[in-house]
Design a protein around this ligand. Structure first.
Ligand code: AMP
Ligand code: GLY
Length: 419
């Protein structure tokens, strides 16, 4: 088969390298890909959001299966467009991807179907939003309705901070149209867990649990980022919690989407908080998480292409998905300054000194004349497995210490709070 993966970050590098192990794939393409991906797949220069361009390229190359990884093309309806062309495609349709692209939609869905989540109110009127914050007090959480690169959430410790966030979203347009509507919700407490599930709309197959680290600096300080590292599985996700999540959250969500005529097929991401009152949904994503995918797929034993095909064919119940024992850790090396301004084009050195059993997924790199250069905020995801979490973390940092580039920045505490 000829398979094309849409996207070009660390998540897509992990997806491509997992697919590259499949005997069913004779040719792997990635659009647009990146420097690291170009070592294992042919990168084609089409922007991930260019639906017409992507369809034309897929036809030209004779691709027979497409996997859409990032949120924006899913929200724009790329899956629907490929389906219309009769080309098999993995990912949710636009009317299901809305579970991520509109927080107002997802919060209302959870309320309607009794799926546990933080209490909330939604606003398109700034005065009402500000008055609500006065009524509720702090701490309180303010979220832009739409996609905001994982940064449209402000956990406000004070009423003033919450009001400032609302003003930035609704008046200053900090997140563009994404902030025209805001969700203001109850502050929850408890450990966080992420569970990605494959689903064909009928069967739900949870992957190993994981835990992202969203803040830029150690001890969960500094601004929110796309994610600075992840571990898998997370000790917080006990079998009891897993059973409760399946019964009260995963199954009801898939059933709710079916009942709404928005059948979800693909990967659904449950961002959960294990509160004193049980697990509650923080957010849904309509796709593989980044960087969670890097450690999760590193732990996968089953052929990923078989899983993708089973989802598309609605035969996920016929597949047994197997995972490695032990644990995995991914440490992101970012450009200094990320998530704010940062330099690009810095030469990366030391990659050849990383031990062979440690995988370096490229997130923002470019390859020129056999050398790799930085081209994004998140640059690399150094990923290692171990018999337990402590050894996986140790190995990942061993890999990190081999690599350098100008102003490289990484957190030194990925996974440390679990050991
Ligand atoms: P999100 O982008 O929705 O995942 O939110 C980013 C981070 O904000 C989450 O990982 C949580 O740490 C935090 N957060 C979001 N919603 C809440 C909430 N209702 N209560 C407490 N923390 C939250
Ligand atoms: N790592 C969080 C996300 O992919 O949204």
């Amino acid at each position: 088969m000829k398979v094309l993966v849409v996207g070009g970050g660390g998540r897509e590098h992990a997806i491509c390298s997992t697919l590259a192990k499949s005997s069913k794939i004779e040719k792997l393409y990635c659009a647009p890909g990146n420097g690291g991906i170009s070592d294992i797949a042919e990168c084609v220069p089409v922007k991930a959001t260019d639906i017409d361009g992507m369809i034309a390229k897929v036809k030209e190359l004779g691709v027979d299966f497409v996997m859409v990884a990032p949120d924006d093309p899913l929200a724009l309806g790329m899956v629907d467009a490929f389906e219309k062309e009769g080309i098999p495609v993995f990912g949710p349709r636009q009317n299901a991807a809305i579970i991520e692209s509109s927080k107002v939609f997802s919060k209302n869905l959870m309320k309607k179907y009794g799926i546990p989540t933080a209490d909330y109110a939604t606003f398109n009127d700034i005065d009402k939003a500000l008055a609500y914050i006065d009524d509720m007090g702090a701490p309180i959480v303010v979220k832009a309705d739409g996609l905001a690169l994982g940064k449209g959430v402000v956990v406000a410790a004070t009423v003033e901070e919450a009001k400032q966030a609302v003003k930035e979203m609704m008046l200053d347009g900090k997140f563009g149209a994404s902030g025209a509507n805001v969700v203001i919700e109850e502050f929850m407490t408890g450990p966080e867990v992420t569970v990605l599930c494959f689903t064909d709309g009928k069967t739900i197959a949870p992957m190993l649990s994981s835990q992202d680290h969203k803040r830029a600096y150690d001890n969960d300080e500094g601004p929110n980022t796309g994610g600075m590292g992840a571990i898998c599985p997370t000790p917080n996700y006990t079998p009891e919690v897993a059973a409760e999540c399946m019964e009260k959250i995963f199954r009801p969500t898939i059933d709710a989407m079916n009942a709404e005529g928005r059948t979800f097929k693909g990967v659904i991401y449950f961002g959960l908080m294990i509160t004193p009152k049980g697990p509650k949904v923080i957010e849904y994503n309509s796709r593989f998480g980044d960087p969670e995918t890097q450690p999760i797929l590193t732990m996968l034993e089953t052929d990923l292409m078989d899983i993708f095909q089973a989802v598309v064919d609605e035969k996920l119940d016929e597949i047994e998905i197997k995972w490695k024992d032990g644990a995995c850790c991914c440490v992101v090396i970012a450009s200094g300054g990320y998530p704010l301004a940062y330099n690009k084009g810095c030469e990366i050195s030391g990659l050849e000194n990383v031990p062979a059993d440690i995988t370096v997924f490229h997130a923002g790199t470019e390859k020129r004349d056999g050398k790799y250069y930085t081209s994004g905020g998140r640059v690399l995801g150094v990923t290692a497995t171990g018999a337990d979490l402590a050894s996986a973390i140790g190995r990942a940092y061993e890999g990190v210490s081999a690599i350098t580039f100008e102003n490289a920045h990484y957190r030194k505490d990925i996974g440390k709070k679990f050991i």
